[in-house]
Design a binder for this molecule. Structure first.
Ligand code: ZN
Length: 278
């Protein structure tokens, strides 16, 4: 647990990796998943901010049938995730991405939304460039958050992926030691830094649009046009959005979220009270 807290705070304090508290971490031990809870930034996390959940109960969610209709499905899914909390943990709220952490058969999981990585995941040629630059990584295309994203991710993990890029969202790394996680992250950032320099196309470097968000973070903190909310987090996340747009110029230019998915995220109940947990 000390190691989990230490690397969570280290990555959480790096503005190149974490914007407005986004990102989360977890550890598995003796059939229990310890995942960062909602409402606390990764940089400030302490041992008591991790929520303990029964891994068998979480994995049972992937075998269950859920309603087709979005609101009914997400409500039933969230209920099952909350029911997996160990006794005494009922006051804590686990990350909305808890099941994604549970699925990886590794001790530690690190999930981040770095601008540099999202320059790739929010680019028109991102998937193609990712296959070339990161043959070890799987790519999950556009997916509704919650249950649907978890099941999309599961198909990649079932093929053995320990690094997964999520389109218009971020990246997951899974490993049995914090040192291995650090290597995986650094190796990806090094290759991306080189690639954005080598592949930069100034004709593709155009400002982002408030009307066409790149990521769930942007929707939550900046809203969807025409005006940027007057909050500190909106300003921070908008700066990050500008970085993403700039990096995307090296991978064929921007690819914002599809309209249907942006609408889904805007109406998704879990996002409304998300705070700083994604
Ligand atoms: Zn996320």
């Amino acid at each position: 647990m000390e190691q989990l807290v230490a690397f969570s705070r280290k990555y959480g304090s790096d503005p190149e990796l974490v914007v407005a508290g986004g990102g989360n971490t977890s550890m598995k031990e003796n059939g229990v998943l310890y995942v960062k809870g909602s409402g606390v930034a990764l940089a400030d996390v302490t041992a008591k901010d991790f929520v303990a959940l029964d891994l068998d109960k979480l994995m049972a969610v992937t075998e269950k049938a859920y309603p087709e209709e979005d609101a009914a499905r997400e409500a039933a899914f969230l209920k099952d995730i909350l029911a997996a909390r160990l006794p005494g943990e009922e006051a804590k709220r686990p990350s909305v991405e808890t099941l994604l952490h549970a699925l990886f058969p590794y001790r530690y999981v690190l999930h981040l939304h770095p601008d540099l990585v999202n320059g790739l995941t929010c680019a028109a040629g991102g998937e193609e460039a990712a296959a070339e630059l990161f043959p070890e990584a799987a790519w999950v295309g556009e997916s509704k958050p919650g249950y649907t994203l978890a099941m999309s991710l599961k198909t990649k993990i079932d093929t053995g992926a320990d690094t997964v890029l999520l389109q218009n969202h971020g990246v997951f790394y899974a490993a049995d030691t914090p040192e291995k996680l650090a290597d995986m992250l650094q190796s990806m950032l090094d290759r991306l830094h080189r690639a954005v320099e080598e592949r930069y196309d100034p004709s593709k470097d155009v400002p982002p649009s408030l009307e066409h968000p790149f990521t769930p973070d942007q929707i939550v903190y900046c809203g969807v046009g025409p005006d940027l909310p007057d909050t500190e987090n909106a300003a921070i996340v908008w700066k990050s959005t500008e970085n993403i747009a700039h990096y995307a110029a090296s991978f064929g230019g921007q690819r914002p979220l599809s309209g249907w998915l942006a609408s889904f995220i805007m109406n998704w109940e879990a996002e409304r009270y998300r705070g700083m947990n994604l």
